[in-house]
Ligand binder design. Structure first.
Ligand code: ASP
Length: 452
């Protein structure tokens, strides 16, 4: 059995939904289907989820959301008409949206989540209806009936462990099951959503619960590429990649998946395949626990801007027991998460995402580290980029760092920080943001073009 998830761009209009249904029917193994809400039809369009957030916000601030509700209804109306479905489904959707407005608004998060979830919920009903209209045996499954229980963290829910046992029985249900992504229910019976993009998580949870043979994630790209196609022209496709490699790449700018989405399938060792709804015959990229064939040391190169670095120095830092803990304690007090901490005997560099650090927080952190730890010097440098050069084939391979640094030297790019974890699966480089595009191209050429 396969679990297939279709993202918002795959469901943005009737034409896309027809493609989705064809893909579903082409493979009888595709038994559990997770759908997102209709996404953007073109660059300037608005996702249904964003329209629903606008409904909730308008209602909360003015007590009225008629205009916003009608805008959402008209998106579904257009789709239903083109799919040849009866008017009834549109009326049901309008009634559903209006009934959500009658919920208690005291807890804003709870109210907004209930509105947000309407996008996938109604989309799932519509897809199930369309499949039935063309003669398939399909049905909508409500996450509450199926037992998808989540924590009550509105807009950022976590799955509760008992969900996996509850969801197992989906395996024995007949026909094609259309399951709405992005939301589940708290133990008190309230709708709770994952963070944005969370339908990927729903698919992963279902695949793990039913022990699927494969989790297919349909989107609008043929595959994951070895470098960002907006940076490198015609980068090579990645056919197979391990979970570990994917994690390293996605954290530095490869945003194919929701960050938390791979956890449930990873724990079960279920492979994930990224595929394109608009080109389903393309092989896609498969994410596996362990790659069988490693032909090259490097599988991908990712890079992202928006980092800053806190440089700390103190004479005899290495001898001061508890120094690191105290620094990290200050970051914890300020709710700051860090990415890397490369260190030397008397130095420590803490790399953070810049958007967490407004100037007041920055000043407070600097003052506290200065005063509480008596450091000799502390500076914060902004506008940093991180590059991750990733590949399981780098393990025990001589000369990888030499090739990376050589490529950057030839391109006259200064490396400010370099870090290789003990896993040897990735090498991280910290550079100035302005050099990012040139740096990625230089490293890409070295590993993918020049010598292979
Ligand atoms: N529709 C939701 C969002 O736009 C969830 C998803 O598509 O995965 O974030």
């Amino acid at each position: 059995m396969k679990v297939a998830k279709f993202g918002g761009s795959s469901l943005a209009n009737a034409e896309q939904i027809k493609k989705v249904c064809k893909i579903i029917l082409d493979d009888p193994q595709r038994r559990i289907i997770v759908v997102s809400a209709p996404g953007k039809r073109n660059k300037a369009d608005t996702k249904v989820t964003d329209m629903l957030i606008a409904c909730a916000e308008s209602f909360l601030s003015t007590g009225n959301a008629d205009k916003e509700i009608e805008a959402v209804v008209s998106r579904y109306d257009e789709i239903a008409k083109e799919l040849g479905l009866s008017e009834d489904i549109v009326e049901t959707i309008r009634a559903d949206l209006k009934s959500r407005l009658t919920l208690d608004t005291e807890n804003r998060g709870k109210f907004v989540d209930s509105m947000k979830a309407a996008g996938e919920d109604n989309c799932a009903k519509l897809v199930a209806d369309y499949l039935c209209s063309i003669g398939a045996n399909a049905r909508y499954v409500n996450p509450k009936d199926a037992g998808l229980l989540l924590s009550s963290e509105y807009g950022n829910a976590q799955v509760l462990p008992e969900s996996y046992d509850n969801l197992k029985s989906l395996k024995d249900m007949e026909g094609i099951l259309i399951f709405p992504g992005f939301f589940g229910y708290s133990v008190d019976g309230d709708i709770v959503t994952f963070s944005r993009g969370g339908s990927d998580i729903t698919g992963s949870i279902l695949a793990a619960a039913v022990d699927a043979e494969l989790y297919e994630n349909f989107t609008d790209v043929d595959c994951v590429y070895s470098a960002n196609p907006n940076i490198v022209s015609n980068p090579e496709p990645i056919v197979e990649i391990s979970y570990g490699e994917m994690r390293e790449l996605s954290y530095a700018g490869f945003s194919v998946f929701h960050e938390e989405a791979l956890v449930p399938v990873y724990r079960k060792g279920i492979p994930v395949r990224v595929k394109n709804t608009n080109n389903p015959s393309a092989p896609g990229t498969t994410i596996v626990l362990k790659r069988e064939k490693i032909t090259r040391p490097v599988v991908g190169i990712a890079g992202d801007t928006g980092f800053c670095c806190i440089y700390i120095s103190k004479y005899l830092m290495n001898r001061e027991i508890g120094f690191g803990r105290k620094v990290l304690g200050i970051l914890e007090d300020e709710h700051l998460s860090y990415e890397h901490i490369p260190s030397g005997i008397d130095h420590m560099s803490i790399i953070l995402r810049e958007n967490q650090l407004d100037s007041a927080t920055e000043q407070r952190v600097v003052e506290r580290i200065k005063n509480e730890l008596g450091v000799d010097d502390i500076t914060v440098e902004h506008n940093k980029a991180l590059i991750m050069v990733v590949g399981g084939g780098m393990q025990r391979t001589i000369g990888i760092a030499y090739r990376i640094t050589g490529a950057l030297a030839k391109a006259r790019i200064n490396i400010e920080i370099i870090n290789q974890g003990s896993s040897e699966v990735s090498i991280m480089l910290g550079i100035n943001s302005d050099d990012l595009v040139r740096a990625i191209n230089a490293i890409y050429d070295e590993f993918f073009k020049l010598n292979n």
